[in-house]
Design a protein around this ligand. Structure first.
Ligand code: HEC
Length: 179
């Protein structure tokens, strides 16, 4: 008994670890973004606002509108499957709020520029709706979850003196752990 008790404990601990690992792996697979009815309404309004402004350059399909002035190049980068659109909230909120300039994934879209929503006078709710729409667009295969107007308000306050567009390099430096 003196020898067996530790063995029994080890076996027990090992089986607990195994069960926990299997359960959390299953949970990981199940982890899908669930949108409430309220979320869907916000997204629908976000779509209307996207179509009013962003659509011109980023397109209905989120792949960027062809630019007749620069053949082979679109007016803006693809938002479908964009690392930033689907990525960290601190970064994507800033891109849309203050704008972004410079190459995106090696492509320079000049002379097109992306004017930030703040400069256009969009309030937190409008920005949150647009962000939630582009992050949860099933047709684009984007599934990244909602962004609330409170989260947008926090970024607006944190960078209240910011008037110029970001570069991706600058954002990566500001949030090295989040790029
Ligand atoms: C006049 C064209 C134009 C309009 C309108 C526009 N954008 Fe852009 N957008 C761009 C360009 C061009 C870039 C690339 C950066 C640059 O060169 O300024 C960009 C970059 C972006 C990026 C970064 C993509 C990435 O993968 O990092 C996001 C996100 C984005 N735009 C979202 C929006 C949203 C949301 C709106 C509407 C509120 C909008 N844009 C309106 C032209 C536009």
């Amino acid at each position: 008994m003196k020898i067996r008790l530790p063995l029994l404990i080890i076996t027990l601990i090992a089986s607990i670890i195994t069960v926990t690992a299997v359960v959390s792996a299953a949970e990981e697979k199940e982890k899908k973004i669930v949108l409430t009815e309220a979320d869907k309404k916000i997204i629908a309004t976000g779509k209307v606002n996207y179509n009013a402004y962003c659509f011109v350059c980023h397109g209905a399909d989120g792949k960027g509108t062809a630019n007749p002035a620069t053949p082979g190049k679109t007016m803006g980068p693809a938002l479908a499957n964009s690392k930033r659109v689907l990525g960290d909230k601190d970064i994507i909120i800033r891109i849309v709020m203050h704008g972004v300039t410079g190459p995106i994934d090696g492509v320079d879209y000049a002379p097109q520029v992306m004017i930030g929503a703040k400069l256009l006078g969009y309030d937190d709710e409008k920005i949150a709706g647009i962000l939630s729409y582009i992050r949860n667009n099933k047709d684009w295969k984007n599934e990244a979850g909602m962004i609330s107007k409170e989260e947008v308000a926090k970024v607006r306050a944190a960078d209240k003196d910011r008037a110029t567009a970001w570069t991706l390099e600058e954002l990566e430096k500001k949030f090295p752990e989040k790029k």
